[in-house]
Design a binder for this molecule. Structure first.
Ligand code: ATP
Length: 223
């Protein structure tokens, strides 16, 4: 059973007159089998929240535990091991390697971490995301939506316990974004993943098991 818990988490940037409270007293809980949406307007703190959840940033105060272990107490090496072994990130910038073809993006992931996914499962994943025909293409030959779907496939490919996604449907039309959310929901429910999606896209609300809202760095549970 996987779980990610925030207790009274604060994140403050800067000091003095440039002090800015990006997250204030955040309590949050995510468990295996849940697709959780964190919604809020631009600048409300969603990316800051997600990067702290994944150990990419540390909170100013408060506690974050992953599988009942305080990630805030791990050293850098332990944090990077945790990210590698347990977390799949889908980031706004896609983070595809420009000089590798779509197929090679997955081979690279294989070199970094052994995957449980068979070549057949990979083909199924690429088919589900409608990018199977793009295997030999390079990132600069892909549209924004295609790059986004490759980035999603790559995050899912290593079969992580946690999937943290920042605006995963931003470059997708309504139909494709519904398909991606359906895929994420199936993974959460059938494969018992913890999936957290931050977005300002209200179209995604109907797919979520739980919805949190962030406004000006304060979080509340909507559903
Ligand atoms: N490293 C930083 N230094 C100073 N301020 C920061 C830093 N990172 C974020 N902020 C500020 O914290 C606030 C929240 O930013 P964040 O990126 O988390 O919002 P967001 O909800 O993800 O916005 P968007 O939807 O536009 O990506 C913003 O006002 C931002 O300017």
């Amino acid at each position: 059973m996987s779980n990610l818990i925030f207790s009274s988490v604060n994140k403050v940037f800067g000091s003095g007159s440039s002090r800015y409270v990006a997250l204030e007293n955040i309590d949050f809980e995510a468990n295996s089998g849940e697709l959780i949406l964190v919604v809020g307007p631009s600048g409300s703190g969603k990316t800051t929240f997600l990067t702290i959840a994944g150990g990419l940033q540390t909170p100013t105060s408060g506690n974050v535990t992953l599988n009942n272990e305080a990630i805030t107490r791990l050293n850098r090496k332990e944090q990077s091991q945790l990210r590698l072994n347990k977390i799949g990130f889908i980031l706004q910038s896609y983070n595809l390697v420009p000089f590798l073809s779509v197929k090679e993006q997955f081979t690279l992931a294989d070199k970094v971490k052994k995957t449980n996914i068979s070549p057949q499962d990979l083909d199924q994943l690429l088919t589900d995301l409608d990018i199977i025909s793009l295997k030999e293409k390079y990132p600069n030959q892909l549209s924004g939506g295609q790059k986004q779907r490759v980035a999603i496939a790559r995050a899912l490919y290593t079969d992580p316990e946690y999937i943290l996604a920042d605006e995963p449907t931003a470059a997708l039309d309504t139909e494709r974004s519904a398909e991606v959310m359906k895929l994420l929901k199936t993974l959460a429910h059938k494969r018992n993943k913890v999936i957290i999606v931050v977005t300002h896209d209200m179209r995604l609300k109907k797919n979520a098991d739980k919805i949190y809202q962030i406004i000006d760095g304060r979080m509340s549970l909507l559903k």
